[in-house]
Design a protein around this ligand. Structure first.
Ligand SMILES: C[S@@+](CC[C@H](N)C(=O)[O-])C[C@H]1O[C@@H](n2cnc3c(N)ncnc32)[C@H](O)[C@@H]1O
Length: 205
């Protein structure tokens, strides 16, 4: 696949929920979801910014494409501490996190609310838990992961993610800086790969 170039999207960034996905990343993920021939798996929706991009692409398509998203769905500050080893209150702007965690059903409640507000809820099946345990079975034509922010996370997660990519399918990972890109390329083989604004996308070899 050639490197994707910017396209005109039928929505604006302002239509999306809060999150960590930039304009260029939205552009690439939207195009990948618009053209994938089979089912999609997302790891790490948080409250649904990237999820909304994929679901918006699927809403425009004539054929139904299955879309599963998996998140820890954090429901308390203690759960955050257990998962990540430090208090969420040490984050910059902790309220950005706390308002989603400290509510009944935690971040999944915000994810569902944000998808419903855009009329996208029916396009996504949500799974709560560690993706290693709760991902649906089968292979996916597009696997997008937003849980590969360090060498440790890449080593822990990428082998399992690659095992879920169907032959000819695409893996995409967010927050891949040049050092992490070099690490990925030293450990795994791809037919081609691109990185646009920290969004890595590739076809596994
Ligand atoms: C940076 S946030 C995702 C941001 C989101 N994609 C957006 O567009 O704003 C990372 C998310 O990955 C989730 N996560 C990290 N590791 C996970 C795992 N092993 N299984 C399930 N979810 C995981 C976290 O709970 C968090 O919601």
């Amino acid at each position: 696949m050639e490197r994707l170039t910017p396209a005109n999207l039928p929505f604006s960034l302002k239509d999306l929920p809060e999150g960590w996905f930039s304009a260029n990343q939205v552009n690439v993920l939207y195009q990948l979801a618009s053209t994938t021939p089979g089912p999609i798996l997302e790891i790490g929706p948080w409250v649904g910014r990237s999820t909304s991009v994929i679901a918006r692409a699927l809403r425009e398509r004539k054929e139904k494409i299955a879309f599963h998203t998996v998140d820890y769905g954090i429901e308390s500050e203690d759960e955050w501490l257990t998962l990540f080893g430090s208090s969420v209150r040490t984050k910059k702007d902790p309220d950005r996190y706390l308002r989603h965690i400290n509510q009944p059903r935690g971040t999944i409640a915000s994810l569902e609310r944000n998808l419903s507000a855009q009329g996208l809820r029916d396009f996504v099946e949500i799974h709560r838990g560690d993706f290693h345990q709760v991902s649906p079975p089968g292979l996916f034509s597009l696997v997008f992961c937003d849980a590969t922010h360090s060498v440790a996370e890449i080593d822990a997660n990428l082998p399992a993610l690659l095992a879920k990519v169907a032959p000819g399918g695409i893996i995409a990972c967010d927050d891949i800086n040049p050092a992490l890109e070099a690490h990925i390329l030293s450990r795994f083989r791809f037919r081609w790969h691109h990185v646009d604004s920290l969004l890595f996308y590739a076809e596994p070899a």
